[in-house]
Write a protein that binds this ligand. Structure first.
Ligand code: PLP
Length: 421
C-alpha cells in the first residue's frame, strides 16, 4: 500500500460526523488555484471531481493488471477479468440488484438509454404505441425515444410538471394507458434538482403493464439506491457523475427482460459462436457488451463505488441538504435572482436567472473569480421552454461542497451585479 493510500484509508472510514474539510483533501484538484483564486467547483452535476483513490486505482490497473478481459488464459488477462467482473458485482451491490448478470457496462447513461430503446424498444414498441417521458428530461432521455418513435410509428407523450418543478402525478397517471409500452423518467432532474417519487411512478406504470426505465445519472452520487425497492425495470447511471471516470456507466435491467432482448451492437465478446451462416449470441450481460470494454473505466467506477461506500450515507445526505439549504437562503438575498426548481424533495442543484443579465455573462464573470458553474440549456431545451427561458446559470453540489463555496458564489454574484449596474 502506498503512503497516500494508507493516509486515505482511515479518511473514508472515519466520517462521522461528516468532515467535509478532510474529505476535500481526498480530491487533489480542489487544491488548485484558478486565475490566482482558490477553485470553487460548483459544476458537479456536469461532472464530479475524482478522489485520489479513483485516480490511484486506475493507474494501478495500467501499472499492474492491464490485459484484455475475457479472452486470455494468461495471468494478466485473468487478473484483469477478475477486477472487471468484481466491479460488476460492486455495481450490483450499489444498486441492490438481485444478480450481477443484471448489470451491463455501457459508456454512460446516454448509451444505456439508447441500448434499451434500440433493443427492448425495437421489439416491444410499434406503430400506435406510446412511450411516456416527463417534461424535465435530459436530452439523453428524450432523443433516443424520439428516434425509436420515428422508426416505429409510435408516439412520444410527455407528462407535465408544475412551476416548482414537481411532476404532476395525476397528469402522469392520466397519460399511462394500454398503449404505453414504456415509461422513461429521471430519478433526479439535472436542472431542477427535483427528486421524483419513482416508487409511486413505477406502481402506476406497472398497473398498466408498462415497464419503467429510470435515468439515475443525477441520483447515483447523492441517493441510496435500491432498484428492487424502487421496483423499476431498468436503471441507468454514469460513472463520471459519481466520482468515477468518464466513458463508463451501467445499465441495470431485470434479468427476464435482458434475457429476452436482442443484442445492441455486434462484435467480439457478445457471441457464443460465429459462422458465416449463423451467429449464436452470448447471454446477458455479455450479449450487450460488444468489443473490448472500457476496462480501466470499470476499475475506476469500482473505486468510486468503494469511495462512496466509505462515506456514511446518512451523513453525506445530511451534509448535502445542509449546504443546499444554506445556498437557497443565500441566493434568496440576491436582488433580482429567481431560482428555477423549488421542489419539496430536491438535491443540490441550483438553477437561477438574474434580472437583466445573461447566464453566460454570469458564468464568465464568476469564472474569473475561480468559480466554476454551468450556464446554458443543460441539455434540457424542452424544460427551458417550459419556463420560457433560453438558459439558466446552474450551481451544483457534490460531496465536497461546503458553505465557503456558497459564500464565494454570493460574493461572485455581487461582482456580476456590480459590472451590470
Ligand atoms: N441524464 C441526466 C439527468 C443527466 O444529467 C445527464 C448528464 O448530464 C445524462 C442523463 C447523460 O449522462 P452522460 O452524458 O454521462 O451519458
Amino acid at each position: 500500500m502506498s503512503e497516500r493510500e494508507s493516509s486515505l484509508q482511515p479518511l473514508v472510514q472515519r466520517f462521522e460526523p461528516y468532515q467535509v474539510e478532510r474529505l476535500r483533501q481526498a480530491f487533489p484538484i480542489l487544491a488548485q488555484r484558478i486565475y490566482g483564486k482558490p477553485l470553487v467547483y460548483l459544476d458537479s452535476a456536469a461532472t464530479s471531481q475524482k478522489p485520489q483513490a479513483v485516480i490511484d486505482a486506475m493507474s494501478r490497473f495500467f501499472l499492474e493488471e492491464n490485459a484484455n478481459v475475457h479472452r486470455g488464459v494468461h495471468y494478466l488477462s485473468l487478473r484483469a477479468t477478475e477486477a472487471y467482473e468484481q466491479t460488476r458485482a460492486k455495481v450490483q451491490r450499489f444498486l441492490n440488484a438481485a444478480h450481477a448478470e443484471e448489470i451491463v457496462f455501457v459508456r454512460g447513461t446516454t448509451e444505456a438509454v439508447n441500448l434499451v430503446a434500440q433493443t427492448y424498444g425495437k421489439v416491444h414498441v410499434h406503430a400506435g404505441d406510446e412511450v411516456l417521458i416527463s417534461a424535465m428530461e435530459h436530452h439523453s432521455n428524450i432523443v433516443p425515444w424520439q428516434m425509436l418513435c420515428e422508426q416505429s410509428g409510435a408516439r412520444l407523450r410527455v407528462a407535465p410538471i408544475d412551476d416548482a418543478g414537481e411532476l404532476q402525478l395525476d397528469e402522469l397517471e392520466r397519460l399511462i394507458g394500454p398503449r404505453t409500452k414504456l415509461l422513461a423518467i429521471s430519478h433526479v432532474s439535472n436542472v431542477l434538482g427535483t427528486v421524483n417519487p419513482i416508487q409511486s411512478i413505477v406502481e402506476l406504470a406497472h398497473a398498466q403493464g408498462a415497464p419503467v426505465l429510470v435515468d439515475g445519472a443525477q441520483a447515483a452520487p447523492h441517493l441510496q439506491l435500491d432498484v428492487r425497492a424502487l421496483g423499476c425495470d431498468f436503471y441507468a447511471l454514469s460513472g463520471h457523475k459519481m466520482y468515477g471516470p468518464t466513458g463508463i456507466g451501467a445499465l441495470y435491467g431485470r434479468r427476464e427482460l435482458l434475457e429476452a432482448m436482442p443484442p445492441y451492437q455486434g462484435g467480439g465478446d457478445m457471441i457464443l459462436s460465429v459462422s458465416f451462416d449463423k451467429t449464436l449470441y452470448n447471454k446477458p450481460p455479455y450479449r450487450f457488451e460488444a468489443g473490448t470494454p472500457n476496462m480501466v473505466g470499470a476499475i475506476g467506477l469500482g473505486a468510486a463505488i468503494d469511495f462512496l461506500g466509505g462515506l456514511d450515507a446518512d451523513a453525506l445526505a445530511a451534509h448535502e441538504q445542509a449546504v443546499l439549504a444554506y445556498a437557497q437562503e443565500a441566493l434568496a438575498t440576491v436582488p433580482g435572482l429567481r431560482l428555477i426548481g423549488t421542489a419539496r424533495d430536491k438535491i443540490g442543484v441550483l438553477s437561477f436567472v438574474l434580472d437583466g443579465i445573461h447566464p453566460h455573462d454570469i458564468g464568465t464573470i464568476l469564472d474569473r473569480e475561480g468559480i466554476a458553474i454551468r450556464t446554458g440549456h443543460h441539455c434540457a431545451q424542452p424544460l427551458m421552454q417550459r419556463y420560457g427561458l433560453a438558459a439558466t446559470a446552474r450551481a451544483s453540489l457534490g460531496c465536497y461542497s461546503n458553505e465557503q463555496d456558497i459564500d464565494a458564489l454570493l460574493a461572485g454574484l455581487a461582482k456580476v451585479q456590480e459590472v451590470f449596474r
